[in-house]
Design a binder for this molecule. Structure first.
Ligand code: HEC
Ligand code: HEC
Ligand code: HEC
Ligand code: HEC
Ligand code: HEC
Ligand code: HEC
Ligand code: HEC
Length: 480
């Protein structure tokens, strides 16, 4: 099938063999300093005499260089002015990178300040007085959902044999490697190679991890992600098999759902790295902690909490809105409203509905727990909110018996038609029959073997005969 690949348009404009070397990457205006830097790099390229030196990416990286592009590949700045494309005119696949071919991403800029105007502190600031909550909280998916990508934290395999992502074209592949404590994605595009470091991880790895890298103060997503189910490297959701896409900017909406705070310096993806508070901290549900902490440090004998909100003390609608910041898939922050929602606010004060969004739009990959739960009779005929089943301070993933206890706060075993069949075993797991997992179009990844849809827990609670049959079949299989 013919794909409309953006860079092919650009290729029409390319004079074969012509390499743009005088222009800086992306939208930056060309400045004297960067020209001088590029000149110095070209001179070093010339100094590297032997063939092995020119090919050894580690050696080149030490000198601040990437591998020069062979003449038979073509390159140009994309028509948008935002990234470089590299292509082989013979095939439809290509490379998209935010830095010029032959160069490396610029080092992260440590500009900005640690203090943010909003008063977010991060979960560690709560540890001294709320040790009980903190100790279990650090095990949760919320806390782990974004973090520094030390090699120890990267779940995808870096060891030889399992670290390659092959594409459907034999001359295009990806290799995940480590040097020291840094993980890299190495792309081989015919006999040209380049590397991009993995610097931040997004995803707690209950299902998947995706990797981000800095180019100066701009944040981008790397092409390869890791999928827990098959324990394999895959294209990041929405990417096409065979393209090496390293120019997708990380927008503030993405960080709004996966970090506590990040200062946006300039649209679409320039941030102050220092300002970033990784992980979703207590404060996204309770409000920024600065005033509360300052107050209680100054008044150690005060037992009455000040400047803190407990979501379950709000109306049910406002309580649901706290979780709704991130657990609805059909809205985006009003610009520049990311990180502006405070517990007690209405979602619509800070977010706009995504026009024309439907399940097939591959934008946000949640199963929209809020909307699905709201369709349930449990929700409609009680005052239930999310915390009737979830304790946000603990990792209770997979603990189906604990969830069953929560169902039984409102239900009795005798009300379930399966009670006679299963007897006391009914309480092991109410949820696989009444809230089965389901695949969603919102979460689609392309692999060489075809499309994959990792299933998410459906929050529409109902009698489901198909799920019941599957559950009973599984039980029979397990006991045989
Ligand atoms: C210097 C000590 C101290 C620090 C640090 C601290 N708290 Fe508290 N917090 C208290 C005290 C004292 C109370 C009131 C007694 C209680 O509920 O434990 C309290 C109560 C709370 C409550 C319950 C409020 C209510 O109305 O019931 C929440 C929520 C809370 N803190 C969140 C946080 C968060 C989030 C942080 C970190 C940003 C934090 N606290 C840091 C001392 C502290
Ligand atoms: C700032 C965004 C944000 C807010 C606010 C938020 N969540 Fe989440 N939540 C996430 C993200 C992102 C994940 C997926 C984390 C991952 O696995 O990387 C998640 C995961 C979860 C999970 C799955 C945990 C697991 O281990 O399977 C539950 C349950 C959950 N959230 C419940 C809630 C509830 C209840 C609220 C409101 C009280 C809430 N969340 C508020 C972003 C948020
Ligand atoms: C995903 C949202 C979320 C996160 C993250 C979160 N909380 Fe809570 N917290 C809640 C909700 C909701 C309640 C009310 C629970 C209820 O009523 O059952 C609550 C209750 C509390 C209370 C009230 C007392 C209690 O025991 O119920 C304290 C104190 C508290 N949280 C502290 C913290 C601290 C400290 C952190 C971080 C280490 C944190 N919370 C992280 C949502 C969150
Ligand atoms: C509207 C909020 C929202 C936005 C925007 C969003 N995510 Fe997520 N993301 C979630 C939630 C919620 C989950 C957990 C899936 C679920 O259970 O619904 C999740 C899951 C993930 C996971 C899998 C985590 C795991 O281990 O289970 C990854 C990886 C991820 N997101 C990366 C990203 C990246 C990268 C972006 C931006 C390009 C992004 N997300 C944008 C809310 C969001
Ligand atoms: C806060 C109370 C509450 C909790 C917690 C709760 N339910 Fe319900 N549920 C209700 C109410 C109220 C109804 C409607 C009246 C009835 O059938 O009892 C209902 C209805 C149902 C129905 C019938 C649905 C239909 O469409 O006919 C099922 C099945 C069900 N619940 C299963 C569960 C399971 C499984 C859990 C735990 C995962 C659960 N409920 C947790 C209150 C609750
Ligand atoms: C009736 C009980 C119940 C209620 C209410 C409930 N959940 Fe869940 N939720 C569950 C169960 C059970 C699971 C599966 C847990 C597991 O397998 O680890 C789950 C899983 C999740 C997950 C992980 C999804 C996945 O497939 O990994 C998220 C995210 C989540 N819930 C968010 C929410 C939010 C947000 C709300 C409020 C709108 C909410 N839940 C209300 C019972 C509930
Ligand atoms: C093996 C699958 C299975 C398990 C496990 C299971 N259920 Fe059911 N449940 C069903 C089926 C099927 C029905 C419908 C039976 C009928 O109509 O005869 C049902 C009916 C119900 C109903 C009544 C719905 C109505 O018609 O109003 C409730 C409430 C309920 N279950 C709650 C629970 C709770 C709570 C648990 C865990 C303690 C549980 N179920 C465990 C399959 C299951």
């Amino acid at each position: 099938m013919k794909r409309i690949v953006p860079f092919l348009v650009a290729i029409g404009l390319i004079i074969l063999g012509f390499r743009i070397t005088q222009q800086d990457d992306g939208h930056d205006p060309v400045d004297i300093a960067s020209l001088a830097r590029q000149q110095a790099q070209r001179e070093t390229q010339v100094e590297l005499k032997t063939l092995t030196e020119k090919k050894d990416l580690a050696l080149l990286a030490e000198k601040g260089l990437g591998q020069a592009l062979p003449g038979y590949l073509v390159t140009e700045v994309h028509a948008s002015g935002k990234f470089w494309v590299v292509a082989n005119p013979k095939i439809e696949m290509g490379v998209e990178i935010p830095f010029a071919p032959g160069q490396l991403p610029r080092p992260k800029i440590d500009s900005g300040s640690l203090e943010n105007p909003e008063g977010f502190l991060g979960a560690a600031a709560c540890q001294s007085c709320h040790a009980d909550k903190y100790e279990t909280f650090v095990e949760t998916a919320h806390h782990r959902t974004s973090r520094i990508a030390s090699v120890k934290e990267i779940s995808g395999p870096l060891a030889q044999g399992r670290n390659v992502m092959q594409t459907s074209h034999p001359e295009v592949n990806f290799e995940m490697l480590q040097r020291g404590n840094v993980g890299y994605q190495r792309v081989s595009f015919f006999d040209w190679q380049f590397e991009v470091p993995m610097q931040l991880i997004m995803g707690s790895s209950k299902m998947a991890e995706t990797y981000l890298f800095w180019h100066g103060d701009k944040l981008f997503q790397a092409n390869c992600s890791y999928l827990e189910g098959p324990d394999a490297w895959i294209n990041s959701p929405g990417y096409l098999d065979g393209d090496a896409a390293y120019a997708r900017p990380i927008l503030s909406g993405c960080l709004d759902c996966h970090t506590t705070y990040a200062e946006l310096e300039q649209e679409p993806n320039r941030y102050s790295p220092k300002s970033m508070i990784l992980g979703i901290s207590c404060e996204r549900c309770h409000g920024p902690g600065k005033d509360h902490v300052d107050f209680h440090l100054a008044h150690p004998l005060e037992k009455q909490s000040k400047h803190m909100i407990v979501p379950s003390n709000l109306s049910r609608e406002r309580e649901m809105d706290v979780c709704g910041q991130c657990h609805t898939g059909d809205k985006a922050p009003k610009s520049p409203e990311a990180f502006q929602f405070r517990p007690g606010d209405r979602l619509s004060d800070h977010y706009d509905p995504l026009e024309g969004h439907d399940e097939s739009a591959n934008s946000v990959h949640t199963s929209n727990q809020i909307a699905r739960l709201a369709l349930s009779r449990c929700f409609q005929e009680s005052e239930m909110a999310c915390v009737q089943c979830h304790d946000p301070h603990k990792n209770e993933r997979g603990m189906t018996a604990i969830f069953s206890e929560r169902c039984l706060k409102c239900h009795q075993e005798e009300h379930c038609g399966m009670q006679e069949t299963l007897g006391p075993k009914l309480k092991d797991n109410c949820v696989d029959c009444h809230m089965p997992k389901r695949a969603t179009e919102n979460l689609r990844v392309e692999t060489m073997a075809g499309q994959v849809f990792p299933p998410l827990r459906d929050h529409l609670i109902r009698v489901d005969l198909e799920a019941t049959k599957a559950y009973l079949d599984q039980r029979n299989e397990d006991s045989n």
